[in-house]
Ligand binder design. Structure first.
Ligand code: AMP
Length: 561
């Protein structure tokens, strides 16, 4: 059985390792050492996650809750903890320092023990599960108690990583890419097989267990499972219809509906709807649930589509209106009547026990139209298979006239690639492309804006390391009303404050308009934005879905051409 200390020792070593190749070796060794029961947990923990991304479970530990637990475990006041955070600039160091003062300040049960109770890695996971389950009245207390227990059982060095993990910010530079390579290395499985296993399960923990148990044979045997959402296939922007249609010879053209993405799992009569962030939103969308149950003629299926809210003139309503539906927890039926949704299905990944993702789009499409009865509330809309640029342009104009965003140009022979943004799905829209960037920090305003976070630090994502790399700031052009709203949104995500500067837990994605991307030595990404402007808060996107550094590089090169 692996102690949590063994895990944190490995974290320390990895944190001090500069090269990703060596890091991969160290993560591989850790994965090899632990048992099959511990393996999934170690896989999530090492990336600073507690549950797999498809899971509904959420830890829900904000910084204020962690500070309270640290205060109780150390005997320091919350103010002292906040000061330590300010001085050290790191929640991990703060926890280590606070707990090293513990015996002097507080007689906790464990401080009477010679050695603190040895926490096992699975104990920590069980405690986190309890924390995630605590809801309603008394839940804050329950969360604090569980955290306090773990801190009391930790040495200061162990607490350093426990505190970071509690807010899911381990920051040792290990992301999905490194874990994928480490699983391959640890259990001698080709990286491509690990990658495919990950695509199908959306769970590197499950892939690691399969690799340990049965090597490549078991990993290649992994498959899609109903009610475990997979990542969505993504689209790349194309500036030019003519070139891509000529390249594809025959292209599959669809409207790019202006709505919100949904992935639907139908398992007999049970229907589960996942949002783009893979959150289970079934309870908020009873109309879609009913429509799928009634009009999708399949025993089981996994479907991809866009939910659109249409106004009285038949035009799509603003994205924010749709999100009201997705977020609704109470009076769901009332909101459903106010903002009715139509479901446009455009893909199918699984049908009656068969995985469909490797079939070409044309075959998936035939299967999809074969099992969906088009009605007012659910439909498989037109898809034009053509090499005629004029016909494509015509469809583009029609889509825009109908108030939608533009068109999708898809390769009719392509498979469904979960989580991939490639050339097989291209999008063409008239408006300037925006960037989805993660907010990682900010600065309190001055004068009239002292109580608001007046500017926000933006970052792109590097999947291999799981790091968020700064690319600029946005602040100008946000109204006071919006600033107040945003300050509220970020209030529990503040990790560190130092003077006017704050560091924020990377959870919120901003959609940012910009004039141009420039090279810049001032930001860690190596790029900066000219005239960034906040367009929207992308509540539907998770930070891992933000632009990757690779994409920023791509846009930069495209600009120069
Ligand atoms: P974007 O969000 O700009 O990256 O564009 C891709 C998004 O367009 C997808 O995630 C879907 O939510 C949406 N979309 C609308 N219509 C379609 C369609 N026919 N095929 C694929 N995606 C679509």
């Amino acid at each position: 059985m692996t102690s949590f200390k063994d895990f944190t020792d490995a974290c320390r070593m990895i944190e001090q390792t500069p090269g990703s190749l060596e890091m991969t070796g160290q993560v591989a060794e850790l994965l090899r050492k632990v048992s099959c029961d511990e393996l999934p947990v170690v896989t999530y923990f090492i990336m600073g996650e507690v549950f797999p991304s498809w899971s509904d479970e959420e830890l829900g530990i904000g910084t204020s809750l962690l500070y309270t637990a640290l205060s109780k475990a150390s005997g320091l006041s919350v103010k002292d903890i906040e000061n330590l955070v300010r001085e050290t600039g790191d929640i991990g160091k703060t926890a280590a320092l606070a707990l090293s003062k513990r015996s002097k300040n507080q007689a906790t049960f464990s401080s009477f023990l010679e050695e603190p109770q040895q926490l096992l890695i699975l104990d920590v996971f069980e405690r986190f599960k309890k924390i995630a389950k605590a809801t309603g009245k008394g839940s804050q207390n329950a969360k604090i108690k569980n955290l306090q227990y773990m801190l009391n059982s930790s040495s200061p060095e162990v607490a350093r990583y426990l505190a970071r993990l509690a807010i899911e910010e381990l920051r040792i530079g290990v992301g999905e890419g490194i874990v994928r390579d480490s699983i391959a290395k640890a259990f001698d499985v080709p990286v491509a097989d690990v990658e495919r296993g990950f695509m199908l399960t959306n769970d590197l923990g499950a892939v690691a267990v399969a690799a340990k148990r049965g090597g490549a044979t078991e990993v290649t045997g992994l498959s899609l499972e109903l009610n475990r959402p997979i990542k969505m296939m993504l689209a790349q922007i194309t500036p030019n219809i003519e070139t891509v249609v000529h390249e594809m010879e025959t292209a599959a053209i669809e409207w790019k509906f202006d709505g919100a993405r949904v992935q639907i799992h139908k398992d007999g009569d049970s229907v589960t709807i996942f949002s783009r962030k893979l959150e289970n939103v079934t309870n908020s969308l009873p109309d879609i649930e009913a429509a799928v149950r009634e009009h999708v003629k399949a025993g089981s299926a996994i479907l991809d589509g866009e939910a659109v809210a249409i106004d009285e003139n038949g035009k799509p309503r603003a994205f924010q209106e749709i999100l009201k539906r997705f977020r609704r927890k109470y009076d769901v039926e009332v909101t459903a009547r106010e903002i009715p949704l139509t479901l446009n299905l455009f893909d199918i990944m699984y049908l009656n026990g068969e995985t469909m993702i490797d079939l070409p789009l044309t075959e998936r499409r035939a299967a999809l139209t074969g099992c969906v009865e088009n009605t007012g509330s659910i439909k498989v809309d037109e898809q034009l298979l053509t090499g005629d640029v004029k016909a494509v342009n015509r469809m583009y104009d029609e889509a825009l006239k109908a108030g939608h965003e533009g068109i999708m140009i898809k390769n009719p022979n392509s498979p469904y690639s979960p989580g991939k943004r490639g050339k097989n799905w291209l999008k063409k829209k008239p408006i300037m492309e925006t960037l989805d960037l993660v907010v990682i920090g900010g600065e309190w305003g001055q004068g009239r804006r002292t109580n608001f976070i007046g500017s926000y630090k933006l970052a792109c994502y590097e999947p291999d390391t799981g790091r968020f790399l700064p690319i600029g700031n946005v602040g100008t052009g946000i109204t006071d009303e919006k600033l107040a709203e945003l300050t509220q949104l970020f209030s529990d995500l503040i990790v560190i404050e130092s003077g006017r500067e704050i560091e924020l837990k990377p959870e919120v994605v901003f959609e940012i308009a910009f004039e141009e991307i420039q090279k810049s030595p001032n930001y860690e990404s190596g790029y900066a934005l000219r005239f960034p402007r906040l367009v929207n808060v992308r509540d539907d996107k998770s930070p891992e879905e933000a632009e990757t550094l690779e994409r920023i590089e791509g846009i930069y090169s495209a600009q120069r051409k």
